[in-house]
Ligand binder design. Structure first.
Ligand SMILES: [Zn+2]
Length: 205
């Protein structure tokens, strides 16, 4: 049975339990390609210049398409880091640290995971590679990550999820924050943001 998303709500801020391996072996990179973060920044700028609002959709689709291979790589790497064979065996309390180690070793950055209300998770990163702190854009712009997390977290939880970035270092905010939840929950948050409310008050408590 796969790790249910709600399990992660319970203790996802806690640290890895003592039985886990604190070494950080190299992430298996079969079919995973490393590029400099400058390529991601340029890709977003060029697509935004040439496609306008459609750039976000294109980059999200690209991120979503990466999810399957990233998740397969995660499954192959996990036993070397956390001494479990399958993500379903992973304690919810270890989820944040394990995902942070995985994405950091791939060069994306560290992250933390915490409940956001009773129906969503917040993935927060202070050094996500896709962000560009000097850009001062008006909207959260880590589109590849949004698509990637949607596919990846859906596979991890065994249920379709939607992801929305609600804070972003490219907007000169201190971190990027992605909300993960059921599509209908994220739709509610989206509608609230569109009407001028803040996302915290839109999340079910
Ligand atoms: Zn961002």
């Amino acid at each position: 049975m796969r790790l249910a998303l709600h399990r992660a709500f319970d203790l996802c801020c806690a640290r890895t339990e003592s039985g886990t391996n604190q070494m950080t072996p190299t992430v298996m990179t079969n079919e995973i390609v490393a590029v400099g973060s400058g390529a991601l920044h340029t890709l977003r700028r060029v697509l935004s210049r040439d496609l306008g609002d459609r750039a976000a959709v294109c980059l999200q689709e690209a991120g979503y398409a990466a999810g399957e291979q990233m998740y397969e790589s995660f499954c192959a790497w996990l036993p070397t880091f956390a001494s479990v064979q399958d993500p379903a065996e992973l304690e919810a309390s270890a989820l944040g640290e394990v995902l942070s180690a995985f994405f950091e070793q791939l060069g994306w950055g560290q992250l933390t995971i915490a409940p956001a209300g009773r129906a969503a998770l917040a993935i927060t990163s202070t050094n996500w590679a896709e962000a560009e702190p000097d850009e001062s854009v008006s909207l959260p712009s880590c589109y590849i990550a949004s698509g990637l997390f949607a596919d990846f977290m859906g596979r991890l939880s065994g249920t379709p999820v939607a992801v929305m970035e609600v804070e972003c270092r490219s907007m000169n905010q201190p971190h990027c924050r992605f909300l993960v939840g059921a599509p209908e929950t994220m739709e509610t948050v989206y509608d609230a943001l569109a009407s001028g409310s803040d996302y915290e008050s839109a999340l079910p408590t």
